[in-house]
Design a protein. Structure first.
Length: 504
C-alpha cells in the first residue's frame, strides 16, 4: 500500500499559485470559453495583498444528473488571488499539516484531491482516474470485511466554517487564544472569508482553492477516525468504510458524526447506509452496459463500428436500466461515453443524434456531454447542432435554466452558426445571469457587430454602481478602460481578457 505522498514534494509553492489562479478560477462545468491565464500573468506582478475588502462573487447554476441544480461560483479574481497567495506563501506549513495527519496511514485515504496532472496545468480534476501513485486500498482492506458503510457529509462545501481551517491547522484551543490577524492561519481564514463576501459559513463550489481548503479540514477528521481503527477511503466528502460487523458500521457512523461536529459539519443521515459484502466493484448497470453484446459489428479506423439495429438495442437497454434506477440520468451519460468510442454508420449516426436530441430535452444534465462525446467524435454537421441548440435554448428560457441558454450560445459561437431566435439579447438581460449575459454579448459581437452592443454596455454601467463583484466578468469584458476601477482598468489597458481567443 502507498503512503500519502502527493503534498510532500510534488507541488511547489509557485506551482500551487499558478495552478490555482491560472487554471482553477473557473469551474469545469461552465461552458469552456473562459481562461485566467492572462490574469495570472498580470496578478503575479502585483504586491500582496491586493485588496483587503470582502468581495461578492458570480453565481452559476449547473444541472446535475438528478435534474436538480448545483450552485457554483466564480470568485472575484483579485480576492481569489489573495486567498491563493496565502495558500502558496504558507504551503510548506500546509504540507507539514498533511504529513502529520497522514503519516501513520497505511494507504492513501483521500482519493480525489489536488495533485500534479500529466500534461495539464490544472491541479484538480473531479473525474481523476489514474491512481497509479495512490494504489487501490479497497482491494486489500475488503478482504477481512463483511460490511461496507457508506457515509456522506451534508452540504459539505457550503457548511465549511472558515474558523475551522485554523482549528484544523493548529487546534481549536490555540486558534481561539491567538487571534492576531497577522498569524498565518488567521490570514487563511480571513482571505477565505473575503472570497465569500466576508461570510464565515461555507466555501465556494467551483474554484479549485476550495478543494484544498476542504482537504485541510477533512484530513484532520480522517486522522481521528484512523485512531479508532477504521479502514476507509474518502472521495471528497463521501466515505466508504469496510467493517467486520453491523455494529462496527454503526460505530463508524457515530464516530464520524462526532468528529464532524468538532468542525461544525454534519453527517447526511439520509445517505448513510450499511451494505453486506460481497459487493460488486462497480454498479450493476455499469457492468451490464460494458458487457452489452454488439452483434454484427465491423472495424472502421480501428474502431468497432455498429449499425442502427444494434444501436437501437443498446440505447433501449440503457433507457430500461435508467428507469429501473429511478431515472438516474448518469446511466444515459455512461452509455453516451461508450458510444463515443464506436464508429456509427450513416443510418446509425442519424438515429443516434435524433435520440440524443430527444434525451437532452428530458435530461438537460446531458448538455455537458454533447460537445466532446457526441458532436466531435461523430463529426456532426453544424446545421444539426444548430437545431439542437435552438431547442435547448427555448427549453432554457421557458424553464429559466440559463445554463441551457448559455450552452446553446457557446455552440453557436464555437461552431459558427447564427441562431434563428431574435430575442437573445432581451432574454439574457432579463435573466440577469452573468454567464448567459457574457455569451450573449460575445454572440452579438460576432454576428451583429458593435452597433448592437450598446444595451449590454448600458447594463454594465448600471451594474458597476452596486453589483460590480457579482457581474465583474461581464462588466470587465464589455466596458472600456476609462470606465473600469483600479487594477481592472490597468488590465484593460494591456488588452488582457478572460475570454479564450476563439470566442473573442
Amino acid at each position: 500500500m502507498r503512503k500519502y505522498i502527493d503534498y510532500k514534494n510534488e507541488i511547489t509553492d509557485s506551482e500551487l499559485f499558478d495552478g490555482l489562479v491560472g487554471f482553477g478560477l473557473f469551474a469545469e462545468k461552465i461552458p469552456n470559453f473562459l481562461t485566467s491565464a492572462d490574469f495570472l500573468n498580470f496578478v503575479s506582478t502585483l504586491p500582496f495583498p491586493i485588496n483587503d475588502k470582502p468581495k461578492d462573487y458570480i453565481r452559476y447554476s449547473n444541472m446535475r444528473n438528478i435534474n436538480i441544480p448545483r450552485h457554483l461560483a466564480i470568485p472575484e479574481p483579485f480576492a481569489y488571488a489573495n486567498q491563493c497567495k496565502v495558500l502558496s506563501n504558507n504551503w510548506s506549513k500546509i504540507k507539514k499539516h498533511f504529513e502529520q495527519k497522514t503519516d501513520k496511514d497505511e494507504f492513501k485515504i483521500s482519493r480525489i484531491h489536488l495533485r500534479k496532472m500529466v500534461r495539464k496545468s490544472e491541479l484538480f480534476e473531479m473525474n481523476y482516474k489514474n491512481f497509479d501513485k495512490d494504489g487501490s486500498p479497497d482491494q486489500d482492506i475488503v478482504i477481512r470485511s463483511k460490511y461496507i458503510a457508506f457515509a456522506d457529509i451534508s452540504n459539505c462545501f457550503p457548511s465549511i466554517y472558515s474558523h475551522s481551517i485554523a482549528w484544523s491547522l493548529v487546534g481549536k484551543i490555540k486558534s481561539k487564544l491567538h487571534k492576531s490577524p497577522l498569524l498565518w492561519y488567521n490570514q487563511l481564514d480571513f482571505y477565505t472569508r473575503n472570497v465569500k463576501f466576508g461570510e464565515t459559513n461555507g466555501v465556494l463550489i467551483g474554484p479549485h482553492s476550495s478543494n484544498l481548503i476542504s482537504e485541510i479540514v477533512l484530513v484532520t477528521v480522517d486522522k481521528e477516525l484512523t485512531k479508532h481503527g477504521f479502514k476507509f477511503i474518502r472521495n471528497i466528502d463521501d466515505y466508504n468504510c469496510y467493517v467486520n460487523s453491523y455494529e462496527e458500521a454503526e460505530r463508524f457512523f457515530l464516530c464520524l458524526s462526532e468528529e464532524l461536529k468538532n468542525y461544525e459539519l454534519f453527517l447526511n443521515n439520509k445517505k448513510s447506509k450499511i451494505i453486506p459484502l460481497p459487493q460488486a466493484s462497480v454498479k450493476n448497470w455499469v457492468t451490464k452496459l460494458n458487457h452489452f453484446n454488439f452483434t454484427n459489428t465491423y472495424i472502421v479506423n480501428n474502431k468497432e463500428a455498429i449499425r442502427v439495429k444494434e444501436l437501437k438495442g443498446f440505447l433501449d437497454f440503457a433507457i430500461e436500466l435508467m428507469l429501473e434506477e429511478d431515472s438516474d440520468a448518469s446511466i444515459i451519460n455512461y452509455a453516451i461515453k461508450i458510444l463515443s468510442n464506436k464508429h456509427l454508420d450513416r443510418n446509425a449516426k442519424d438515429y443516434f443524434i435524433k435520440k440524443i436530441h430527444h434525451l437532452v430535452l428530458l435530461y438537460p444534465y446531458l448538455i455537458h456531454l454533447l460537445e466532446k462525446q457526441v458532436f466531435e467524435p461523430n463529426q456532426i454537421d453544424k446545421s444539426v447542432i444548430k437545431t439542437i441548440a435552438e431547442d435547448i435554448y427555448a427549453y432554457g428560457v421557458k424553464k429559466k435554466v440559463y445554463e441551457a441558454c448559455s450552452y446553446a450560445l457557446y455552440w453557436a459561437i464555437k461552431y459558427g452558426f447564427e441562431m434563428d431566435t431574435e430575442t437573445i439579447k432581451k432574454d439574457s438581460i432579463n435573466s440577469m445571469d452573468c454567464i448567459f449575459l457574457m455569451l450573449s454579448y460575445l454572440y452579438d459581437k460576432k454576428y451583429h457587430r458593435k452597433l448592437y452592443l450598446k444595451e449590454y454596455k448600458d447594463l454594465a454601467m448600471e451594474l458597476k454602481k452596486n453589483d460590480f463583484d457579482r457581474y465583474w466578468l461581464f462588466i470587465y469584458e464589455t466596458l472600456t478602460e476609462s470606465h473600469l476601477p483600479d487594477n481592472y482598468g490597468n488590465m484593460k489597458r494591456l488588452n488582457l481578457t478572460f475570454i479564450k481567443p476563439e470566442f473573442n
